[in-house]
Design a protein around this ligand. Sequence first.
Ligand code: SAM
Length: 335
Amino acid sequence: MTISGTLRDSYGRPIRDLRVSLTDRCNFRCFYCLPHGEPPIAPKEQMLSYEEIEYVCDIFVELGIEKIRLTGGEPMMRRDIETIISKLAALKSKGLHDLALTTNGYFLPDRAQGLKTAGLDRITISLDSLKRDVFKQMTGVDVLDRVLAGIAAAKNAGLEPIKINAVIVRGHNEDETADFAAFAREHDVCVRFIEFMPLDSGHDWSRDDVVSGREIRASISERFPLVPLDVHRGSGTSSRYRFADGAPGEIGIIAPVTEPFCGACSRIRLTADGQIRTCLFSTVEHSLRDVVRTGATRNEILEFIESVAMKKEPRHYINDPGFVAPSRSMSFIGG
Ligand code: SAM
């Protein structure tokens, strides 16, 4: 039930953070996400239109959502995302605090400024390697220089604070963690290291491939001693560190496998085809699209969202023996 405009789940956790996937499509083929490429593209009519996204986001904001992050697939592959960004930015007058985007950075060299002008606050860019050959091997595309140019363009456009996300996978890029820390210092950005999660469409995830947050912290600290940032973590996913020598930049460690943070989770997700997911690892989805398209009133939609929020799982079950990975990969769920 809503208590002073705050959506809550049945465990009393406030839900303030909505991730909206704009498309299932992606121009990268990261081996830990979409190794075998996209299944046939879903018919356009199953996707939420921009008008529908704007409408339901308006309702979510009425329910207390403060942050909206646009994601995908690769969100910048959807046509004219500047249009939906400017519509959602208008929700700031109604209680939205923060409008962000997660992207692989490919389109940023030409479009970062346009995103800022449309009203985007900040950006997270995925970057799994600083080495051309490893980048290509992990993402399936040979475009490291272009992504680096995209990061520079985002900085020039003022889409700050810029976060860089690197998924660390054993045998691929775990030797680069300190190099990433050097990158954070040089460019004054926050580099966040993410543990490999069982969300790959190939279902090839193995616990042996997970490089733990603890191991990542230790390997960075050998070269650059870290100091935990004295910030209230709240519902944030990462533990945050600064450099002990006072250098610019920041390190974040996101360790959902070895250090789960479900107790503070404030997230809910909307897939590109209009399904609400209450957890990254949910095995069920709730069709907001069907509710909206069958002519429900605004109040009925609001009540539907409230009832779905009550079904949010207490935690993910990655570490339980009977764990079943969701059938849809991160690219469909909206990372
Ligand atoms: N295309 C955009 C991008 O590359 O950032 C947004 C969508 S992508 C699915 C969002 C994030 O999910 C990326 O940082 C990606 O590395 C991460 N991701 C995908 N599959 C993952 C997995 N199995 N484990 C951990 N992170 C994953």
